[in-house]
Design a protein around this ligand. Structure first.
Ligand SMILES: NC(=O)c1ccc[n+]([C@@H]2O[C@H](COP(=O)([O-])OP(=O)(O)OC[C@H]3O[C@@H](n4cnc5c(N)ncnc54)[C@H](OP(=O)(O)O)[C@@H]3O)[C@@H](O)[C@H]2O)c1
Length: 405
């Protein structure tokens, strides 16, 4: 293969794509990279807007529905970083090309039914070709997946026991992208929406427990003793929990006992303490329940879409600067010993943090390949990158810390 480029950014002219271009321009010293997408004109405008440090980046044109052009693109890349979504509409042929050619792949999807399709179609072939196919490298699901794994590993090292339970509570401030809205609406309109409710949607065959009751997604408000605060359901929980459960199963299949059998992992949004926190958790639960119901009908989706940004739109620079997130995790060992961890970053989670997570994931594949677990396949951030990504994120200013018990 003629790998002219270390990283090819696909979807580079989109809202998140433009931010990945800016990030690699700042952090890609010595990197051979290219911007890719369907429109040469928009890609050139994106490169020009990123300034002198992006001037050396190449341009590759390939429509998401042109398998021959995508194969030519994948053949020139060591790693494809994809931000073109909805991924169920624009990602499938690109992943197929990467798997066939042994090109590593990372993206920022949260569309779990689409990821399930990738596992079914490509996991075996990617294991054989050595391609690391790593979806969900954005805000969904790096803080959850890497945070839970880092905490579980610390529990194993300090206490000599597997981690059997992790609870995670998110606090966040951020905007909403048009591309995210389009992905949600497309997913709810597809015949795969019912798959979202399966807590083990992404697990390898035969690794889901018989009793799924302890693993169901939280739907109502609750006061949680681990956080001594009120919590409600977290919008991204049904994505992140599936990714964490896949990580636990893949690690156990490698003979790694960081996680125990049937890890219990739950995610929540923190709403606060006292009566105010309780009221907020109640309102959040009711709103999410109503929105979920509404999205099952075409008329409901049309109504919701009127209040959401269009593809290509997103928060302003000022809004993105003001954003941030914090994810507090509480883990338990088999005998009940407790350890806490925190993942946090400044800036809008869906844009600033997502850009750092996915670019550092791609850079790990280029710059630290010899330190990564060797397996190809359809992987998760924790199983593909583990400690390497933790260290890269520390260096990039992300907080990822184990606290006291
Ligand atoms: N994990 C996370 O935390 C996170 C955060 C933010 C976004 N996301 C996801 O990332 C995706 C993109 O979000 P966004 O806000 O950047 O969306 P966006 O601005 O609408 O960008 C979509 C991209 O897809 C490209 N595209 C559309 N049709 C195409 C085709 N036929 N062939 C090739 N490319 C095509 C667009 O190209 P043009 O520029 O030529 O129009 C654009 O680059 C969404 O799926 C969203 O859910 C995830």
């Amino acid at each position: 293969m003629d790998e002219r480029y270390d990283i090819v950014l696909y979807g580079a002219s989109g809202f998140v794509g433009r931010q990945t271009v800016a990030y690699l321009a700042r952090h890609g010293d010595g990197l051979r990279w290219a911007l890719a997408g369907r429109s040469r004109e928009r890609l050139e405008a994106t490169r020009a807007a990123a300034g002198a440090r992006a001037a050396q980046a190449g341009i590759l044109v390939a429509d998401a529905h042109d398998p021959a052009a995508l194969a030519t693109l994948a053949a020139q890349a060591r790693v494809v970083l994809n931000t073109a979504g909805p991924f169920a509409l624009y990602g499938s042929d690109l992943v197929a090309a990467c798997v066939r050619l042994g090109t590593h792949y990372v993206d920022i999807t949260g569309e779990t039914p689409w990821v399930r399709g990738l596992i079914d179609r490509h996991d075996a072939e990617a294991r054989a070709s050595g391609a690391r196919i790593v979806p969900c490298c954005g805000f969904d699901s790096v803080p959850s997946d890497l945070g839970a794994w880092w905490l579980a590993r610390e529990i194993r090292q300090r206490f000599g026991e597997s981690c059997v339970e992790v609870n995670a509570a998110f606090s966040m401030r951020g905007g909403f992208n048009g591309g995210t809205a389009a992905s949600m609406l497309n997913l709810m309109a597809s015949d795969q929406a019912t798959a979202l409710g399966n807590p083990f949607l992404l697990n390898p065959e035969g690794t889901a427990p018989g009793d799924k009751a302890p693993h169901r997604d939280p739907v109502g408000p609750r006061h949680h003793p681990d956080f001594r605060a009120w919590l409600g359901p977290f919008l991204m929980g049904p994505v992140n929990t599936r990714v964490v459960r896949r990580s636990a199963a893949l690690l156990r299949a490698r003979g790694d006992h960081t996680y125990g059998d049937n890890l219990v992992y739950h995610e929540y949004l923190r709403t606060g303490r006292g009566i105010g926190g309780a009221v907020k958790a109640g309102v959040l639960s009711a709103t999410m329940g109503a929105a979920g119901l509404l999205m099952h009908w075409a008329a409901g989706r049309r109504l919701v879409a009127r209040f959401l940004p269009a593809p290509g739109e997103g928060p302003t620079e000022q809004q993105m600067d003001r954003g941030g997130f914090r994810c507090d995790l509480v883990g338990r060992s088999r005998s009940g010993l407790v350890l806490r961890a925190r993942v946090a970053a400044k800036g809008d989670p869906g844009n600033r943090a997502t850009t750092v997570f996915v670019c550092e994931s791609a850079l790990a594949l280029v710059r630290n390949a010899d330190l990564l677990p060797p397996d190809g396949g359809v992987l998760t951030p924790a199983t593909a990158f583990g400690e390497v990504l933790v260290r890269r994120l520390h260096a990039a200013g992300v907080t990822l810390a184990v606290l006291s018990g």
